[in-house]
Design a binder for this molecule. Structure first.
Ligand code: ZN
Length: 515
């Protein structure tokens, strides 16, 4: 493999989006131990008296995380009478020798059997189509599921409606339709784009490439074989793999179409390195395989998005006349790829409080990717997307989320009804308090909801706690109260119950009104 340098910068950015679909009926992840699965299910069933398993339920393996001391965290999908149970996912914690260390799930008790229902699949499809605002919408799939929450279990269809939004963003809307009444119970986007902007650069950076047939391909074999493609204005497929005869990609100006490709490749590499070096994670699925990136999507497309279905990242060029540069900034790249990681770990549903936590997770790790890069052209900050906007106004603020005019600083019982990009404010504010602390600093000025004072523990510890909570303890319907519990468990594992770090997690949640 050769390495090359692209000169200069570019802008990019926007904020992005992404998406996380709730895994249903997923096959077991490759490369994990079937033994762990068998042992976890045996332990779970042995403890069914604790309300963890009901009659007629089976499980498949989603993934296993093993700690250095040998403890295993085995994430399982649940089925009832052969149908997937939405919200029924569970993580079994095993100590050395497969001893029982409890389980984490979103629900207070095991979901029960749902009564039969009679709505036809076609009727459910019609109800789902009516719930989408995309154009060209078609039913791309529908399956019967058990939709579970703390109030009970309902037989439903999970319908996926494909289409395209007015700004060119593709849509894969998941709609849960009650199989008795035809009512829409919930819906969430599988491809979410948020917005935005432009920005700039990361200067001259090394990129992995491969010499093939006399030209250098923008393929990073050191990081899972990550490839970068030029869609050349297209909106489907992969377009053309970016190549260069000189092994130099881009020139730092938008007049050279490889400049944004270099930004995208750098964002993918930096995000890969952050998760590998900091958390030991080997790619988005932790299987060593890279997602690919696509640039020059559509025309003046002001957004970027992650899609689970293509396992790829896509960037628009933005629209300079509207103040948006290409959406390829580091924090956007990190934000988007984190949606892929969330989808492959906790699977936080992209609606309600779980959706806010999903967005906060992407803002948190997008920010930490930016800090990790330590690039003088784009120093770390807690301002989301500022790099990509010509007016210098970020899309979101972590120190005081309400500064954007729409996000919330403090939890309340109505938070789950907000758009997920605004309910994320509670999680972002928590993280800022945990890492930096309350009051004024060089990074911002963060209030607390109860007038308390919080002393931060730094990005490294705060990030380790959030990552461990995401990968070991959160599940598809974790809410803010559950996130408090999950992060306290993570802090206890890493630093000890009652440690300064543990107590700061508690204090930071209390300071955002999650008590
Ligand atoms: Zn997002």
């Amino acid at each position: 493999m050769r390495r090359t340098t692209f000169l200069s910068g570019l802008a990019t950015a926007a904020l992005l989006a992404s998406a996380a679909t709730v895994p249903t009926a997923a096959a077991a992840a490759p490369g994990v131990s079937g033994d762990a699965f068998t042992r976890a299910v045996a332990q779970l069933k042995a403890h069914s008296g604790a309300g963890l398993v009901a009659d007629g339920q089976t499980f498949t393996l989603r993934n296993v995380v093993t700690d250095p001391d040998g403890a295993e965290h085995v994430r399982l999908n649940r089925y009832s009478d052969g149908l997937p149970v939405l919200g029924g996912d569970v993580v079994v914690h095993l100590g050395k020798g497969s001893t029982w260390h409890g389980a984490s799930q979103s629900l207070a008790a095991a979901p029960q059997r749902a009564p039969k229902a009679k709505l036809s699949k076609a009727a459910a499809g019609r109800a789902a189509l009516a719930a989408s605002t995309a154009t060209g919408r078609v039913v791309a799939g529908a399956q019967l599921v058990h939709d579970a929450d703390d109030t009970g279990t309902t037989l439903a269809y999970e319908v996926v409606v494909a289409g395209v939004y007015a700004d060119g963003t593709p849509s894969e809307l998941h709609v849960v339709v009650d199989a008795s009444t035809g009512a829409v119970r919930d819906k969430w986007e599988g491809v979410v784009a948020e917005g935005t902007g432009n920005t700039y650069h990361s200067g001259s950076v090394p990129l992995g490439s491969v010499l093939s047939g006399g030209t250098y391909q923008l393929t990073d074999t050191a990081r899972g074989g990550a490839k970068t493609y030029d869609l050349n204005g297209g909106t489907s497929g992969t377009g053309a793999l970016v190549t260069s005869t000189s092994n130099v990609f881009g020139d730092g100006t938008l007049g050279n179409r490889q400049t944004t490709a270099a930004d995208a490749a750098y964002g993918a590499a930096t995000t890969w390195d952050y998760f590998k070096n900091t958390h030991g994670r080997n790619g988005i699925r932790n299987d060593g395989v890279a997602a690919y990136s696509r640039v020059h999507y559509g025309t003046k497309y002001v957004n970027a998005f992650w899609s689970d279905s293509c396992f790829c990242m896509t960037y628009g060029d933005g629209d300079l006349s509207q103040g948006w540069e290409p959406l390829t900034s580091l924090d956007i790249a990190g934000h988007e790829m984190t949606h892929g990681i969330t989808s492959n770990t906790a699977g936080l549903r992209y609606s309600g409080e779980a959706g806010g936590l999903n967005e906060a997770t992407s803002d948190i790790f997008g920010t930490l990717v930016e800090f990790h890069a330590n690039n003088p052209k784009d120093p770390g900050d807690y301002l989301i997307g500022i790099e990509v906007k010509t007016n210098g106004v970020p899309l979101r603020y972590m120190d005081k989320p309400s500064k954007d005019g729409r996000s919330v600083d403090c939890w309340s019982s109505s938070v789950g009804r907000l758009d997920v990009h605004y309910s994320s404010g509670v999680g972002n504010h928590f993280f800022y308090l945990l890492a930096v602390g309350s009051g004024s600093s060089s990074y911002g000025n963060s209030p607390t909801c109860d007038g308390s004072t919080v002393t931060g523990i730094g990005n490294a510890k705060a990030g380790a706690i959030w990552y461990r909570a995401l990968t070991r303890y959160m599940t598809s319907r974790t809410n803010y109260a559950g996130a408090r519990t999950a992060t306290l468990s993570a802090a206890a594992d890493l630093y000890g119950a009652g440690s300064v770090e543990y107590n700061t997690v508690a204090a930071a949640w209390s300071a955002v009104n999650v008590k």
